[in-house]
Ligand binder design. Structure first.
Ligand code: NAP
Length: 287
């Protein structure tokens, strides 16, 4: 269907994802609040918008990849926001990780303009974003998902259909509980090993050689070995996602005892100034 994309948000993920839209042959107009990330996309062939409203006027598909609900609210519905240019025939694809409640609120706000809305957060971090191998968790009308699927597959390898708008976000925050727990489990095991006299390298070698090895641990082990945590998925985003999951669990009356502990640990990480570090730095919250 559409060939014109308005792309709002050029952070770690949005930069890589908008680049893949360009590579796939789409005409892309980008907007970002701060101007530094824009130049690289312009050099790669993107048009540059002065406001979210300008990018949304250009795009038949308007992709949003921002921090969370506050940023989405400002960029979609604030002054010069995308909503000023939305109307029938346009689709907003919100790929940010937001709470399910806010996803439903944003869907209603966008649909009130006559445009359609999908929530489509992603599973996968900086590297899959660069390689175009994200798993996209889509919520919305089936026909709308089908219509924008070619655009989504420019950024990802799979589109999982999760149900109505809001269910993509529900899937995302649920999956991220496991992600946060896996990273914390590895960190806690390494800390315990060290307390018992096992070197970090020796312990990681054993874990990675056995049945507990997985892609995530292979990706994070070099960070733990060097004790440096360049951001792929910043800790502040993990803390945010766990808060959304905790709220959703409470509202549903779900039993999730580890979630409370995880939320406290990742919040502590942010409080100690490591919010911009990769979430594998959760080992520092165990110090
Ligand atoms: P990021 O690098 O921190 O980028 C955040 C983006 O949001 C930037 O473009 C930033 O603009 C913009 N922004 C923040 N507050 C804003 C506001 N009030 N008004 C306008 N723009 C605002 O984040 P990211 O890692 O790309 O992640 C983006 C989303 O994807 C998040 O929801 C995150 O949870 C999710 N996610 C991330 C990963 C990952 O591994 N990184 C993986 C899966 C999902 P400025 O440049 O001006 O600050």
């Amino acid at each position: 269907m559409a060939t014109k994309i308005g792309f709002l948000g050029l952070g770690i993920m949005g930069t890589a994802m908008s680049r893949n839209c360009l590579k796939a042959g789409y005409d892309v107009m980008v907007w970002n609040r701060s101007k530094e990330p824009v130049a690289a996309l312009a050099a790669a062939g993107a048009r540059v918008a002065a406001t979210p409203a300008e990018a949304a006027a250009y795009g038949e598909v308007v992709i949003v990849m921002l921090t969370g609900p506050e940023a989405c609210q400002a960029v979609l519905f604030g002054p010069h926001g995308a909503a000023e240019s939305l109307g029938p025939g346009k689709v907003v694809v919100n790929m940010s990780t937001i709470s399910p409640a806010y996803a439903r609120q944003a869907a209603a706000g966008v649909r009130a303009t006559g445009a359609d809305y999908l929530d489509a957060p992603v599973s996968g971090s900086k590297k899959p974003a660069e390689e175009g191998t994200l798993v996209i968790l889509a919520g919305g009308e089936e026909a709308t998902i089908t219509a924008v699927e070619p655009v989504l597959l420019a950024m990802g390898k799979k589109v999982a259909r999760c149900g109505e708008a809001g269910m993509g976000s529900t899937m995302k925050i649920t999956v991220n509980v496991l992600l946060g727990a896996l990273a914390e489990g590895l960190a806690e095991t390494v800390r315990l090993g060290e307390a018992l006299g096992i070197s970090r390298d020796a312990l990681l070698d054993v874990i990675l050689a056995g049945p507990m090895a997985n892609e995530l641990y292979r990706l994070k082990a070099p960070m733990l070995r060097s004790d440096t945590y360049p951001p792929q998925f910043p800790a502040k985003h993990m803390a945010k996602d766990l808060r959304f999951a905790k709220e959703a669990a409470a509202a549903a009356g779900a039993v999730a005892p580890t979630l409370a502990v995880l939320t406290a640990l990742y919040d502590k990480l942010v409080d100690t100034g490591l919010g911009d570090a990769d979430f594998a730095s959760v080992i520092k919250a165990l110090a």
